[in-house]
Design a protein around this ligand. Structure first.
Ligand code: F6R
Length: 615
């Protein structure tokens, strides 16, 4: 939530910051702002409600000079999205500007103290409190900006990634982080900072990931310094090479990032599988499991924690681990787990699933699990994000940056990695027959081709989407492995088209939701030819006999369903445990085209942000 970006070097900062904000807009688009120090030593701040394009119109009418600056794109938490609440926030004297991603939890107490000292506040934000506090400390203690930032942060409770500049010192920027991400890009005579590496990759592939409770000191023509917030001791500088490419951050000829991400799934799944299936599909290799054999051997229970789409992947992971490894598995919303007093010991494995690796609840859940002695394994997409850095071990899904706010390729990557993980644990514990392992691994190896095949339904789904323009409610039904697929299909539709949709286990429908069914409420029923196919047929009949329209997702060649359902979408055959990956393709397309028909912004749906770094 919220994206921050900063630049200090010899080029004009404004363009770099605006381009950076555009890359970070997926993190929030309620307002945007930029603060620049011009060569006459003046601090110029421009802000605007709404997207970065609005900010550009406002800023271009003013002074955008300067080779140092900070900028922000906001997902509102404290105070409504308007110009005043937009960042950067500036101290009372107008000398210090600050951008912030996170939440200052004790801001009300700090604000009262500052008001007692004569400070007046313009905005309703928690962030303004921090910049005023920094100024108050600096003026009352006559200390440097660095010392004032440090002293202020020692009083702050909550989460932050911040960048601070001061009018008197155009050669310095101070940055810091706790529980919100911050990356420093090391260029030749220039330094970049951002919430993730995407604004930096155009300029340098060398980065430093700031750790929690660290302060970065960026000075013109000097190497970056990092110190500990508590002790002020210098931290070791670990410069890492980025593996991102600029092409991965562009739409590549598609109308939207979401459509690009749906269609690139054959290649993202190929990347996800690369090097992990060996010996002619007879063995799976996940280094995270190989290096921790003992922990996986002695595990008595596995708990999967995640949020949103990743939680749906976790539900599929539960089935996979139970089926192949015969270990009891629980799935928890990270937000419930962290406050649920979980009972854990060293025979527990907690697996976190997160695309961004920054989701605040998931991060807190794994920190708690580790404190309680569990072994924590992460399944993540963004390399170097906070969650993988807080786990004992893990596996990256390697599907490349996901920019569309609605998750698509990350979901199929997560389920693919969870399949590999379940097979890998089963192989280790000897709970899977070699023939079965070979069958699933062969199907996994063919998965990119299977998904290419599945994507051929695109024109058909596009046509179908027009038929449902009338619907205000949808029901998504599935059983077994595809109950979570139904939840995911419903979530996709909700978040980008704003149509109410509910996912339900197909057999549970008759215990309540069936009352909702009439000719105005279509049901999407996921019914591949699996072990529960005969059971789901009767659920389809139950919907039909109450006047509801049915769109059935069926396996290729299923003629029988044509006589019952109103519309059938065929997907390629796959082993039962892989059907969620294949069936999610038409569901992603259906949600996409319905939203496009309704004229919605599918890449940036209202009220949402890609990376949820607040509770
Ligand atoms: C939905 C979606 C969200 C995320 C959720 C968790 O399309 O993207 O529901 O899945 O916010 O995010 P991560 O996976 O980054 O932890």
């Amino acid at each position: 939530m919220c994206g921050i970006v900063g630049y200090l070097g010899s080029k004009g900062a404004y363009e770099i910051l605006i381009q950076g904000l555009k890359r970070l807009e997926y993190r929030g688009y309620d307002s945007a702002g930029v603060a620049l120090l011009d060569c006459d030593g003046k601090l110029n701040v421009h802000k605007s409600q709404g997207k970065v394009s609005n900010l550009e119109k406002v800023a271009q009418a003013g002074n955008t000079n300067g080779s140092v600056g900070i900028a922000h794109t906001r997902w509102a938490t404290h105070g409504e999205p308007n110009d005043i609440n937009a960042h950067p926030h500036v101290s009372q004297s107008g000398m210090i500007a600050l951008v912030h991603n996170g939440t200052i939890e004790n801001y009300a107490v700090l604000k009262k103290v500052l008001m007692d000292h004569g400070y007046e506040f313009k905005s309703e934000t928690d962030t303004e409190v921090l910049v005023q506090l920094i100024e108050y400390i600096k003026l009352t203690s006559s200390c440097s900006l660095l010392d004032a930032v440090r002293a202020a942060l020692l009083q702050v409770e909550g989460a932050y990634a911040i960048a601070v500049i001061e009018q008197n010192d155009p050669d310095t920027m101070i940055v810091a982080r706790k529980s919100s991400p911050l990356v420093i890009g090391v260029g030749d005579g220039e330094t970049f900072i951002a919430s993730d590496a995407t604004p930096i990759i155009d300029y340098t592939d060398e980065v430093i990931y700031l750790n929690d409770n660290e302060i970065g000191i960026i000075r013109r023509n000097e190497p970056v310094q990092v110190i500990s917030l508590e002790s002020k001791e210098p931290s070791a500088i670990n410069i890492q090479k980025l593996k991102l490419s600029v092409a991965q951050l562009e739409k590549g000829g598609y109308d939207t990032f979401m459509l690009k991400e749906i269609f690139e799934q054959p290649s993202t799944l190929r990347d996800c599988l690369r090097g992990r299936i060996v010996d002619n599909c007879s063995r799976v290799v996940l280094s995270g499991v190989e290096l921790n054999k003992e922990r996986f051997m002695k595990a008595e229970r596995i708990t999967l924690v995640a949020c949103g789409t990743s939680w749906h992947a976790a539900l599929i992971g539960k089935r996979l681990i139970q089926d192949f490894c015969q270990i009891p598995v629980e799935v928890e919303y990270a937000s419930e787990f962290r406050y649920g007093n979980p009972v854990l010991n060293d025979k527990d494995i907690v697996i976190s699933i997160s695309q961004s690796g920054e989701t605040a609840d998931t991060l807190a859940a794994i920190q708690l699990a580790r404190q309680k002695g569990a072994f924590v394994y992460g399944v993540c997409n963004v390399v170097g994000a906070s969650i993988p850095r807080n786990t004992d071990s893990g596996t990256y899904i390697h599907v490349g940056p996901e920019i569309g706010v609605a998750s698509t390729k990350a979901f199929t990557g997560q389920v693919t990695v969870l399949t590999l993980l379940a097979l890998s644990i089963a192989q280790l514990r000897g709970t899977i027959r070699p023939e079965k392992l070979h069958e699933i691994l062969s199907a996994l190896e063919r998965l990119p081709e299977t998904i290419t095949e599945a994507l051929k339904v695109d024109p058909e789904v596009k046509k179908l989407s027009r038929i449902f323009a009338y619907a205000h409610n949808f029901l998504y039904l599935g059983r077994g492995y595809n109950y979570p697929t139904a939840l995911e299909g419903a979530l996709k539709l909700k978040e980008i088209s704003y149509i109410h949709a509910e996912g339900y286990p197909a057999a549970e429908m008759k215990h309540g939701p069936i009352a909702l069914i009439d000719h105005e409420m279509p049901s999407v029923i996921i019914a591949p030819s699996d072990s529960l196919y005969d059971k789901i047929i009767s659920n389809v009949q139950q919907v039909k006999s109450r006047g509801g329209a049915v769109v059935a997702i069926v396996s290729h060649g299923n003629q029988a369903m044509n006589d019952i359902a109103d519309f059938c979408i065929e997907i390629p055959e796959a082993p039962e445990c892989l059907t969620p990956i294949v069936a999610s393709i038409p569901l992603q397309l259906l949600a996409y085209y319905i939203a496009v028909n309704k004229g919605k912004n599918v890449d940036q749906p209202r009220n949402l942000a890609k990376s949820v770094t607040v509770e």
